[in-house]
Design a protein around this ligand. Sequence first.
Ligand code: PMV
Length: 311
Amino acid sequence: MNATAPAKIILFGEHAVVYGQPAIAVPVSGLRATATFLPGPNGSGLQIRAADLGAVLPVDIESGLVDNALSITARMVLHALGCAPPDGIINIESTIPMASGLGSGAAVTTALARALALAVGASFDSEELSHLVYEVEKIYHGTPSGIDNTVIVYEKPVYFVRNQPLEILSIGKPFTVIIGDTGQSALTRVAVGDVRKLVESQPERFNHTIGAIGEIARRARAAIELGQTVQLGPLMNENHHLLQGLTVSSPELDTLVQAALDAGAYGAKLSGGGRGGNMIALAPEDRIEAIQEGLIRAGAAHVFVSVVGLC
Ligand code: PMV
């Protein structure tokens, strides 16, 4: 019995989304977290095995410890479903780089919650599951906007505004995004906290930046819905520039962004919390390989290609 969940990228609006501005995120279905339940003998209890983390975790439903995201998730799922832990092992595997802006944590939580629900013969609707994943994200990320759990649980492109009803975005014409991983992990929580300090220290200046990022996301939405892919390039460049102003880029991200532009991308920007992690480039069909090569030459640890808008 297995269940999966995809990675995600933020196309526009990270950080500003924390302040109520819109953001656009899409699933990356080729990178996934998978949780597999293997039934065990009666009375053997439930264990979670995360091979990538080298961890084996017994699940004690009565424990109140804030110990590990996986055991917390399992306890929350069982409480929500009103079930005792099933006997067996849940194996977690993921092809999503960790702590790099691709939503690895939310994807693992989602896959685990789905597999555990299946194991006890239950299931979640997407709204319920998204809420549960958000609660787990909150423990580890402070004040997440909710964009990661939403795009990952629904596995659809979203136009996301904090505390507003979900809007699924329709894609006028599919387009190709190249994801370049700096190979440097970075904590979103730290970047979000630093942005908050900036906004509090110079509200006029930085609220203006945040409003400008929101305006870009609104214009990008219109271009995406109309299939005007080329118009997204300059919007991405402008968004990256504004994120640099919020101090969440890094020399490595800037190098990869420039390399993608030099190789013919329509536009490029960091994606996610920044300070490391991933950048994305919008690729004309005839420049996909050149951009991948350019990113590797410029030092990318991994490069992924994802087509947005293919069902
Ligand atoms: O989780 P990440 O690194 O993809 O980035 C989250 C996006 C932020 O806007 C920086 C934070 C948030 O909670 O929306």
